[in-house]
Design a protein around this ligand. Sequence first.
Ligand SMILES: Nc1ncnc2c1ncn2[C@@H]1O[C@H](COP(=O)(O)OP(=O)(O)OP(=O)(O)O)[C@@H](O)[C@H]1O
Ligand SMILES: [Mg+2]
Length: 281
Amino acid sequence: MSGKTRPEELAALKKTPGTGTAPDVGEDPDDRRKRQSPGAGASPDPGEPETVIRTKDLKKSYLTDAGAFEVLHGVDFSFRKGEFVSIMGPSGSGKSTFMNILGCLDTPTAGTYELLGEDVSQLSRNQLAARRNLYLGFVFQGFNLLPKADLLENVGLPLLYARVGAEERRSRALEMLRKVGLEPWAGRKPSQVSGGQQQRAAIARALVGEPSLVLADEPTGNLDSKTSDDIMSLFRKLNDEGLSLIVVTHEPDVAARAKRLVRFRDGSLVEDREVSPRRSS
Ligand SMILES: Nc1ncnc2c1ncn2[C@@H]1O[C@H](COP(=O)(O)OP(=O)(O)OP(=O)(O)O)[C@@H](O)[C@H]1O
Ligand SMILES: [Mg+2]
């Protein structure tokens, strides 16, 4: 949430550069305890790396019956702390494939992906999961909330995975629900709230671990335009407070809230430019 890079954790990561033999960082609950207090610090710390993401000639192929099918054809992209980027492009152009790699949910076939200065392109699934837990929050298009858990439990889930104790989990999840305006619904199940409220809960869940970066793949895809605008206003506000954000969207109105627009076409990054963000509808 703070957008802070936590130099001590970065140092720990650098000691284990994906050898597969060293213990996974992030699995250790002490890593979590080292984290700083919640709240988005807007002022950059000069001691922290400014570049959060750098991809070089990033490629992804899938094996199909007809042979290898290249979906990303060599993407060069870098992202600095505090930025708010929207990614647009036609269906099938590779946006989700790219986001899944950035989110450490998948690995590239070729090229490099540096996350906070570490090449994570070839890490194992466990090592990627550790980086994901430490640094990233992911908002999925379909919310992905647990139906049997209430919103408070859903939002606290990443903290449970990080072995944060019950009391701290509860108070941090409640604070996040408050931040997205959902505190009164903390005890409701996802099926008992609206689509927009579910999506806000999904955003709270992505934020609760105080990630360095939040990745959202069509976070407003299933929502009406008013709710979609509310969600984007929330992202805008969080970015103003210092959160780094990458959002995939099909909607120009949604993209208009970001400060930078990246466009994909046929698996290539074809446009990357600064835009003046629109503040409200
Ligand atoms: N597991 C897979 N195996 C084979 N091909 C895949 C796989 N996943 C995605 N693809 C293909 O990769 C291409 C890019 O898909 P991707 O999901 O990244 O597109 P997208 O830009 O996110 O599209 P949308 O806007 O519809 O979500 C598509 O042609 C898709 O069919
Ligand atoms: Mg997609």
